[in-house]
Ligand binder design. Structure first.
Ligand code: PLP
Length: 336
């Protein structure tokens, strides 16, 4: 439902929109936020936006497949790893926004590490949640740590996305490897597989399934689980006791963009507090990258979560990302 929808908003009169031209955006966050950004940018500029929402790995695959004749101009949102890989593979271009001086250090570091080809737009920590009613009725101890979701009582009761399509799930893979070391990390993922009921395409799907009572535990970005809590679902959000990874959601301009000026216009606008506060209004509770954008009260506090020293350059590199994903396919996904 979320993946692959195409939306062309046209609130401006055709004449105005045409006068300002068009922009083709691939959007990697939740559909609601993608739509809200599209609408606001159209209102602000008169540029007509054609937006497609896909998960991070899927956008990467599409941008790569279209490299000879790019369809999109701007790739906004989604975890940084495929943006970093695209930068390394020359699928995106260098750009220095006049807004760079207003950004948090982690957002600028992302830009520097990608040789000026992708910039941080928000950050958020990975975690899991559990449905409090299901835990209670099935007599399951409340999980607090990554180790706790391996228990036999959670067989077929854990949901997470597939790291090939989902940036959230790739963040889990890279987090577990960094936290436990590669050998122990893969042992962990194989044990977890016994409890996984479904590898979804989109990273936030497990949070929704948890809210509907379709799975007891869902692994996702904590801010995506908070969205469900705000909607009054019986869910508790957990920052795993061993420590956890985090993402730097990113933005890149596609190489060969047919609407390059509008891509730059969007890029500069997307780094402003006015554009970034649309996230919280659309119930997405990440930490925004512009220092002046208010941090939503609902956003999980990164300073209170035990975060690993995530190596974004290494785990976003083309070689490492490809290697880990094929290893996960070979050793985890196809286990019985
Ligand atoms: N939704 C939100 C709000 C996010 O912050 C992110 C990651 O940046 C995602 C979704 C990731 O989506 P997926 O895991 O489907 O690539």
């Amino acid at each position: 439902m979320l993946a692959g929808t195409v939306t062309a908003f046209s609130f401006m009169s055709a004449g105005t929109a045409q006068a300002q031209g068009a922009l083709v955006m691939y959007c990697g966050v939740q559909e609601e936020w993608c739509r809200a950004m599209t609408t606001a940018f159209e209102r602000e500029t008169g540029v007509k936006v054609s937006m497609t929402r896909k998960s991070a790995g899927e956008v990467f695959a599409q941008v790569k497949a279209e490299a000879a004749n790019p369809r999109a101009d701007i790739w906004w949102g989604g975890t940084g790893d495929p943006h970093m890989q695209a930068a390394e593979e020359g699928l995106t271009v260098e750009y220095k926004s006049p807004k760079m001086g207003e950004l948090q250090d982690w957002a600028v570091r992302q830009w520097e590490q990608s040789k000026n080809r992708t910039v941080g737009i928000y950050s958020g920590a990975l975690g899991f949640g559990y449905n409090t009613e299901l835990v209670k009725s099935n007599g399951i101890p409340e999980p607090k740590c990554w180790a706790d979701i391996l228990g036999a009582k959670l067989k077929d009761e854990v949901q997470v996305a597939d790291p090939n399509s989902s940036g959230t799930a790739y963040t889990l893979l890279a987090t577990i490897v960094q936290l436990m070391g590669e050998d122990k990390g893969f042992e962990y993922l194989k044990s977890l597989h016994k409890n996984v009921n479904q590898y979804t395409k989109s990273g936030a799907a497990p949070a929704k399934a948890m809210a509907l009572g379709e799975t007891t535990v869902g692994i996702a970005f904590m801010h995506d689980i908070v969205t469900m809590v705000v909607d009054k679902a019986p869910i508790k959000v957990v920052a795993p006791c061993e420590g956890t990874g985090f993402e730097i959601g990113s933005m890149s301009i596609i190489k060969g963009a047919k609407n390059l000026d509008n891509a730059k216009k969007f890029y500069d606008w997307a780094l402003t507090p006015a554009a970034q506060k649309i996230g919280a209004e659309a119930k997405s509770y990440q930490v925004p990258s512009n220092k002046s954008t208010p941090v939503p009260a609902e956003a999980p506090k990164l300073s209170e979560i035990k975060l690993i020293n995530f190596d974004f350059a290494k785990y976003g590199s083309s070689e490492e990302r490809k290697r880990l994903l094929s290893k996960w396919d070979a050793e985890v996904k196809n286990l019985p």
